[in-house]
Design a binder for this molecule. Structure first.
Ligand code: PDD
Length: 295
């Protein structure tokens, strides 16, 4: 077994070292994957787009009929406390806050029991940013059929489909697996995917087949700030393969250029297989947003 960190985490009202935190074997998160999560980035020990992540947590909880167990101020207070503790202990200023809420502990029964006390868990880890080489050269991805369930809009901890999809790319030394449902782009195993076509950024429309990443709205704002057209519309597989540029986005990847898909270089002319100008402008705008919007 891996050595677990001593870093403090929050579990059901207490702050304990991660390696000592324990939940019941009858937790419905353990038995059914019955719970939701969030991953919030912190830069310079300050939280980035925290309110947006909390709003999505509320949406995920509501879809599963789990009452939010904590008030908004308490979530913020706890996240700040854990980020400050890790910053103090290790000096790590850029971190990821992981939040998980499960329905709670009950005898095994598929029916959702009413009035359970949800299990609340929060931990922080140093962020592992994309390397300078990945930003300079772009990353390789593979594609696969989207074989996950049809409620990808819920940020559920039931991630076996995503785990299996991600492993396919890991097996090919690639960074992500880009998923297509009925011939149209949905997302990647743990990121959203963006197509650049004729200078415009295109993304799949919000639906039950795509997680609405917090970067959906952020990228829309950044495009508006720097004067790049932004449009959500169904994207056929052929438009992905022939894109001028392809991008990934997530809390951990920010925006990251994809320069090869299934072994074929992305882009055209001199920029074939290289990160493009739209990526460069969005990445720069993203860095400005981090510096000005973290709380
Ligand atoms: N993943 N789609 C999926 C399936 C994801 O798991 C994620 C995030 C995203 C991007 O969402 P956001 O911009 O809010 O990070 C899209 C997180 C980082 C994870 O599971 O670790």
């Amino acid at each position: 077994m891996q050595t677990l960190p001593e870093t403090l985490c929050y579990l059901n009202g207490e702050l304990v070292p991660v390696r000592d935190a324990k939940v019941s074997v009858l937790d419905r998160g353990f038995i059914f994957g019955d719970g939701v999560y969030e991953v919030v980035p912190a830069y310079g020990a300050k939280l980035f787009r925290f309110d947006e992540h909390m709003a999505r947590l509320n949406r995920s909880l509501a879809k599963l009929r789990i009452a939010n167990p904590l008030a908004a101020e308490r979530w913020l207070e706890l996240a700040r406390e854990l980020v400050a503790a890790l910053h103090g202990a290790t000096g790590a200023a850029d971190q990821l806050v992981y939040i998980q809420v499960t329905r709670g502990v009950a005898l095994r029964d598929h029916v959702m029991p009413a009035d359970l006390e949800p299990t609340v868990f929060m931990m922080v880890n140093p962020m592992k940013p994309a390397s300078a080489e990945q930003r300079h050269q772009g990353v390789a991805c593979i594609s696969a059929r989207d074989f996950r369930w049809e409620r990808a809009d819920i940020k559920s901890i039931s991630l076996l489909g995503n785990v299996m999809a991600r492993q396919m790319s890991a097996d090919h030394n690639a960074v992500e697996t880009i998923l297509f449902r009925n011939g149209f782009l949905t997302e990647a195993s743990s990121s959203n995917v963006w197509v650049v076509q004729e200078g415009a950024v295109l993304g799949p429309p919000k639906s039950e087949h795509v997680l609405e990443g917090i970067r959906y709205e952020l990228i829309r704002e950044l495009c508006e700030d720097v004067g790049i057209a932004f449009n959500l519309r169904p994207i056929p597989e052929a438009d992905v393969a022939s894109a001028d540029e392809l991008l990934l986005s997530s809390a951990t990847k920010e925006v990251l250029p994809i320069t090869s898909l299934d072994g074929t270089p992305i882009g055209h002319g001199a920029l074939r297989g290289k990160p493009g100008p739209v990526y460069a402008r969005l990445y720069e705008a993203y860095q400005r947003a981090k510096a000005t919007q973290s709380i």
